[in-house]
Write a protein that binds this ligand. Sequence first.
Ligand code: ADP
Ligand code: MG
Length: 328
Amino acid sequence: MAAQRQDLELVNVTKRYGTALAVDAISHHFKSASYTCLLGPSGCGKSSTLRIIAGHETVTSGSVLLAARDISNLPPARRGTAMMFQNYALFPHLSVIDNVAFSLKMKGVDAKERRAQAGEMLSLVDMTALADRLPDQLSGGQQQRVALARALITRPQVLLLDEPLSALDPFLRIRMRTELRRLQRELGISFVHVTHGQDEALALADEIVVMNNARIEQAGPAREVFNAPRTAFVARFMGGHNVIALPGGHFAIRSDEVRVSAPDTGLMAGQVVAVEYQGNHVSVTARIAGDQEVIALMPDQHFFNEPKIPGDTIGLTWEQSNLHELTA
Ligand code: ADP
Ligand code: MG
């Protein structure tokens, strides 16, 4: 039971903006001390869900529980959550350390204690050396570290992050992603991170919650959601899969589990329509019966031993156990 104490729970949470349904009766249990990514296309209701958890938005119906306490009607500062915004929202006229200490000042904590705690948070995000700078003297990545320290100084049980990496260049994005995961482990609190990037979710999350059209389409450990998508939407959105209609229904098969063989061998014939070199792999797209396309990701050695070009006829095959039946 002790391990469950800090769990966050959404129970039938619905959010309407006028007649628009942004969140449709979502229920989910976020385990304490876990890293969860809310993943889905733009407009599916991710930010609304996060803002409802944070208390920046009220629920239309349903409830939010943290540590078994109903927090649905509490103001943001009293929920035990903290939010890091996409645009960081730092105070331009305050130094880094004063930005981080700001919420303690509002609470009436004395100056010495404020600086001590803010200093500790800055060291956590590796920003000690820049404590006296102003925000506009920092790079985007550094501003983000300050925003993180500022959210964490409130000692939240749950840190909420809305697309925290989207403003960074690709190199920095991958570095910060590693940092976020390290921080979550070190602090032992829950992170709920909104993203529309499936790579980001796979790299970070213990659990992925895939949203579509205001609902949860599938939730589970990252590897399970990737390997065993339940719907065509999840298979397509996670990427790396073919969705094929076969006698008996619709199925997903990972592209790297499709093998290319000689014509008149394998499970079915295909005609190559595209070949793309991708470094470690070569992506071979083939048209099969029913005007469907199947992508086979071939290890580069394998491909260059027997190169294919558009127009070639090939055989395609896979293990039946790698085929996942889809519900829609
Ligand atoms: P996401 O973060 O997944 O892109 P949002 O939660 O921001 O999605 O939005 C979900 C839906 O709710 C969208 O259709 C959006 O247009 C709508 N929406 C979000 N915020 C508001 C608002 N303040 N007023 C009206 N509609 C909104
Ligand atoms: Mg959003």
